[in-house]
Design a protein around this ligand. Structure first.
Ligand SMILES: [Zn+2]
Length: 246
């Protein structure tokens, strides 16, 4: 699944926003799940992990139509502030359907006013084709048993839990860069049950305790962390200013 190159042979200095961290790089080569793991600093249990899918528009081109760029930035800010963590960067453009599907989805949404998930389905694509099972195996393969996952996406939490990891979800708060981006966030919340922290609903977790099964613990134990501080707080105990990105 991973490259045969010795991990230690990839270690180098990574400088960003005035912070220096050592980073090592591991290739991920799952069937439908390719990408890389970037291991920042001394990776250990409970470290911060971001599982991120490529978005050319939002990251490299700085499009204001989605929150992918700000989410990636925020995740890296937090990993750097913590001094360690893992970025799993997956080549799953367009929620796994590719850039052409994404472009057609945007066009369909412009034409019909439908949200992006509905547009994908009308075009014959799955609303979200991404998988995270190889990612979970790779993280476990690093010796990790528990992680703090920087995400608003319950599917990622569940996939890593299915892979045997203990997962604490850390919602990522970003500011919508445009009305379209705000609508996309809202679609992710209503269609895919993402937890989107907002001023009025900082902990909009929609999965009630026990929903996944009577004897199964709640998949998510949201915590509050701020850059430079990995201290925990329960939902409801935090002010908006405590939230990430507030
Ligand atoms: Zn994007």
């Amino acid at each position: 699944m991973t490259s045969v190159v010795d991990l230690a042979d990839t270690e180098h200095r990574f400088r960003r926003k005035g912070h220096d961290l050592r980073v090592r790089v591991l290739e991920l080569n799952g069937d439908d799940e390719r990408g890389h793991l970037l291991l920042f600093g001394a990776v250990a249990d409970e470290c911060l992990v971001r599982v991120h899918s490529r978005c050319l528009y939002g990251e490299a081109l700085r499009s204001e139509d989605c929150d992918c760029g700000p989410e990636l930035d925020k995740a890296l800010d937090l990993i750097q502030a913590a001094g360690s963590g893992v970025l799993v960067y997956l080549e799953q453009e367009g929620r796994g359907a590719g850039l052409i599907a994404k472009a057609m989805g945007y066009r369909e949404s412009e034409r019909s006013g439908a949200d992006t998930f509905t547009s994908y389905e009308r075009l014959g694509y799955p609303a979200d084709a991404r998988t995270y099972s190889a990612t979970a195996r790779a993280l476990a393969g690093l010796g990790l048993r528990s992680v703090q996952l920087l995400t608003n996406n319950p599917a990622k939490v569940e996939a890593l839990r299915q892979g045997g990891l203990r997962v604490t979800a850390v919602p990522l708060r970003t500011r919508a860069l445009s009305e379209r981006a705000r609508e996309y966030l809202e679609a992710k919340r209503t269609r895919r049950k993402h937890w989107i922290p907002t001023d009025s609903a900082p902990w909009a977790v929609e999965e009630p305790a026990g929903a996944a099964g009577a004897d199964e613990p709640l998949a998510v134990d949201p915590v509050v962390i701020t850059p430079g501080d990995t201290g925990r707080g329960r939902p409801g105990s935090a002010s908006a200013a405590d939230l990430i990105g507030a």
